[in-house]
Design a protein around this ligand. Structure first.
Ligand SMILES: Cc1ncc(C[n+]2csc(CCOP(=O)(O)OP(=O)(O)O)c2C)c(N)n1
Ligand SMILES: [Mg+2]
Length: 317
């Protein structure tokens, strides 16, 4: 990996982390309304996969979508303003946290219904194939979504019709307060894809270098063969499911153990060890990222609310 690329991955993970921390503060202060789910702990997955995609590829997501959107290059000002429900937001304040959408980046949106993005992404992959394109569609969802009928229907068609889609299950070990061990009949989640004849593998979602190398190989495979692929990204969400979650269903020790595998700290140690960056380079990145995020909050505060009449715009196409 080139030094500039190595540093860019670090910066992006830090941007997502800081963005989520400050957006959480704003939520607690009542400046952001609605539902709100952070991506803290899972940053390496979105950043590592987005780094391999071309601007023509499609991405679709669940409601835990701020990190993916930022990793794809959406403007932090617009994303933050969207969380604040402001007119200058990415979706003019009508999407909010769970329904970010960025047409320019082919980000087909977050979805509030668990598993709902899976058939839509499968449809996007069908469209790619139908039009004879060479793009891929990446479909992010949680471990909880594996138990939705839509997941099984989509995997069946994706395999039957040989669609260029990468199903990325971010296994953060919980669907709200329910551990995977109480919701899945199989311990190994990748085996869910076996029943549909789909190639599959698990990867360490806490290590951006592991994500990058898996993504590079898998995206190549899907592009060249127009076949679906299933990745289980093993990870952990540090905070509660959403902003109101008191987090009583797991021990502090469990959270602390996962924090020892933190994707940002682990990668910082790698950059320093390989002499790809100095302590002072990393401090500069933190300061820059902080300024971007604070700027996005100022941008959100300065943006007006949407006009009441805007409620009727962009509803149907
Ligand atoms: C169809 C549907 N059922 C239930 C819910 C309520 N719900 C919201 S998030 C969630 C847990 C999903 O967990 P997972 O897929 O693992 O995603 P994570 O939150 O861990 O990223 C549930 C049950 C919903 N939004 N949609
Ligand atoms: Mg989960």
């Amino acid at each position: 990996m080139e030094r500039s690329e190595a540093i860019r991955l670090y910066r992006e993970m830090c941007l997502i982390r800081r963005f989520e921390e400050r957006a959480s503060d704003r939520y607690q202060d009542g400046k952001i309304g609605g539902y709100f789910h952070t991506y803290i702990g899972q940053e390496a997955i979105a950043v590592g996969i987005a780094a391999i995609l071309t601007p023509e590829d499609y991405v679709i997501d669940s409601y835990r979508d701020h990190g993916h959107c930022l990793a794809l290059g959406s403007d932090p000002n617009l994303v933050m303003a969207e969380l604040h429900g402001k007119k200058r937001g990415l979706c003019q304040g009508k999407g909010g946290s769970m329904h970010l959408f960025d047409k320019e980046r082919r980000f087909l949106g977050g979805t509030g219904i668990v598993g709902a993005g899976i058939p839509i992404g499968t449809g996007a992959a069908f469209a790619i194939k139908y039009r004879g394109g060479s793009q891929v569609c990446v479909n992010f969802f949680g471990d909880g979504a594996l138990n939705e009928g839509a997941f099984h229907e989509s995997l069946n068609l994706a395999s039957l019709w040989s669609l260029p889609i990468i199903f990325v299950c971010e296994n953060n070990h919980y669907g709200m307060s329910t551990p995977v061990s109480k919701s899945s009949s199989l311990e190994s989640l990748v085996e869910r894809a076996a029943g549909y004849g789909i190639e599959r593998e698990a990867m360490n979602g806490m290590d951006v270098r592991a994500v990058l190398s898996t993504a590079r190989r898998v995206v190549d495979y899907v592009r060249q063969n127009s076949r679906p692929y299933f990745i289980e990204a093993i990870t952990y969400r540090y905070l509660g499911h959403g902003a109101q979650d008191p987090n009583r269903y797991r021990t502090r020790q469990e959270i602390e153990e996962w924090r020892l595998r933190d994707p940002i700290q682990g990668y910082a140690a790698y950059l320093l060890g390989q002499k790809l960056a100095t302590e002072s380079d990393l401090e500069t990145i933190h300061a820059e990222v902080n300024e971007v995020v604070e700027g996005s909050i100022r941008f959100s505060e300065e943006s007006p609310e949407p006009e009441p009449d805007a409620l009727y715009e962009h509803v149907y196409v």
